[in-house]
Write a protein that binds this ligand. Sequence first.
Ligand code: KIV
Length: 284
Amino acid sequence: MREVTPRKIIGMKGKEKIAMVTAYDYPSALLADKAGMDIVFVGDSVGMVVYGEENTLNVSMEQMVFHTRAVAKAVKRALVLADMPFGSYEVSVEEGVKNAVKLIQAGADAVKIEGGYDHEKLVRKLVRMGIPVMGHTGLTPQRYLRLGGYRLMGESEDEIEEILRDAKALEKAGAFAVVLEFTLADVAKLVTEEVSIPTIGIGSGPWVDGQVLVWHDLLGVYENVPPFVKRYANLAGIIQLALENYRGEVKAGEFPGKEHYWEFLDKDDFRRKAGRALERLGKE
Ligand code: KIV
């Protein structure tokens, strides 16, 4: 069992901020764990940042299982959380349970679903089975067609009520935390005060129990990022420069250098061996 458990995450509320980041493969998960993240999250954002999709609606269970397996192999300390993709839990509780089990068997410690109130039954069932669940409200990208795109949530009374209803339903059903995505900060603060489980914000301001960002966004892999993202590095610039240098050295015949290859020190020895090998081939 990894050091960071859902119980530990719940205990952090009001005491220590929770740091969560997405990761989709072995090397990025290794680095995230080494950086001391509390939660390493295999998000369905993989569809957009790894597979170049326009939204998360085409991500399959198969993809989530593959990526979860790679991440789980790398992470020793943090809690490994895996996203349930669109269509994998909405049809029936039974289907949701079956798919959550696949993610746990791939090495996840917990699963995340979008929504709350609509999935109370599923959350209760999973928790009873021993599968920890994180909910997700505010902007729920899997409902992006209905929402009419990715937009700030919680301006109207109805939206505030919906967000609160989701968070409270998740708490009641036994979820161990809830993601609040792209809500007005005051709404996130209200939810954080109203529920006993930790709230983890993304684009929802500072008055929450933790923060999550997408790996590629915070490391500056892409030019276009959501407006709430802070870039902590410019990986695209670093990678681009390295690739251009490599290409340039190949074209100029500068790579490989002396330190990157091995040759016969005795060229006569080589000529003899090569001559015999060619002769043998000629006889075949
Ligand atoms: O898939 C994802 O990366 C997410 C985060 C935005 C929380 O759900």
